[in-house]
Design a protein around this ligand. Structure first.
Ligand SMILES: [Zn+2]
Ligand SMILES: [Zn+2]
Ligand SMILES: [Zn+2]
Ligand SMILES: [Zn+2]
Ligand SMILES: [Zn+2]
Length: 274
């Protein structure tokens, strides 16, 4: 479904994997690695799921806990470790009878935030089911029917290409095709802009064309793009000019870094407790 990753993928000819030396498989997960009790995956660390933790003998991913419907986090929302364990066991029992509407298997722990909607899913199944998971604020999730849509009315035409990978985006707005809310005429694949967000982090993420940050970041996180909070060095932000230091070119000279910091803090504030 997501098609535009070619430009960001490692070029085949320069791949270090082609070297004649024996390959070292970096991502292999031992068979004995315990699965997350909320999503069933053994991944140690993933963009979507976050890091895997162990508490009270249970293994779970940071974001599986955060997005899990009705599950408080230890140290937050009056949730202590004991009540967290009780909540976790109750959630796991309920999930044994809850079908994921995407893969059809039981064990779904995330339910659409739209009141009255009973669609549940696993976090790793979200994008396959065109669901949106918002990595900020209340960390709400939406099914494909109730997911938010971009307010921008611009739609791609038949020849529109993704500004990141230069592949066609299709001739209509969809889950996998997005538009910059500021300049309104640059389109990109969801997968491509997600990849950019991961590389840039909250301090450097911007529209690839108009470099807008405020409305762009707000729209992207609402639409389910995860922008990691990553500290950058002062030298990456400032350059010397005479005896003083000024913001490097490309960074917005006004309204910065307040939007980034408030956004970053609201994201990490919740993550650290996971
Ligand atoms: Zn693309
Ligand atoms: Zn998980
Ligand atoms: Zn599923
Ligand atoms: Zn729904
Ligand atoms: Zn733009």
């Amino acid at each position: 479904m997501e098609s535009g990753e070619s430009k960001l993928a490692r070029p085949a000819q320069s791949s270090p994997w082609d070297s004649p030396r024996p390959r070292k498989v970096l991502t292999a997960v031992p068979l004995s690695s315990p699965a997350c009790v909320l999503c069933g995956r053994v991944d140690e660390d993933s963009i979507i799921l976050g890091q895997k933790h162990e508490k009270l003998g249970f293994y779970f991913h940071t974001f599986c806990v955060i997005f899990c419907t009705g599950l408080g986090q230890p140290g937050k929302d009056n949730t202590n470790v004991c009540s967290f364990k009780e909540d976790l066991i109750r959630t796991m029992r309920q999930a044994e009878h809850t079908l994921c509407f995407v893969c059809g298997n039981v064990g779904a722990t995330i339910t659409c935030a739209e009141s009255g909607c009973g669609r549940s899913f696993h976090l790793p199944c979200a994008s396959k089911g065109d669901c949106i998971t918002q990595y900020f604020g209340e960390f709400r999730s939406f099914c494909w029917v109730h997911r938010p849509h971009q307010a921008v009315e611009a739609a791609p035409t038949q020849d529109t290409t993704c500004i990141v990978c230069m592949e066609p985006v299709g001739d209509s707005r969809s889950y996998s095709t997005m538009v910059c809310p500021a300049c309104r005429h640059v389109c990109f694949h969801r997968a491509c802009i997600q990849e950019q967000a991961l590389h840039a982090g909250i301090y450097c993420f911007q529209c690839p064309l108009c470099r807008d940050r405020d409305s762009f970041i707000r729209d992207m996180v609402t639409m389910g793009i995860r922008i990691p909070f990553r500290l950058v060095s002062i030298s990456q932000l400032l350059r010397c000019e005479g005896t003083g230091a000024v913001l490097r070119k490309g960074l917005p000279q006004q309204g910065w870094p307040f939007a980034a910091i408030s956004m970053g803090l609201s994201i990490t504030g919740k993550l650290e407790s996971g």
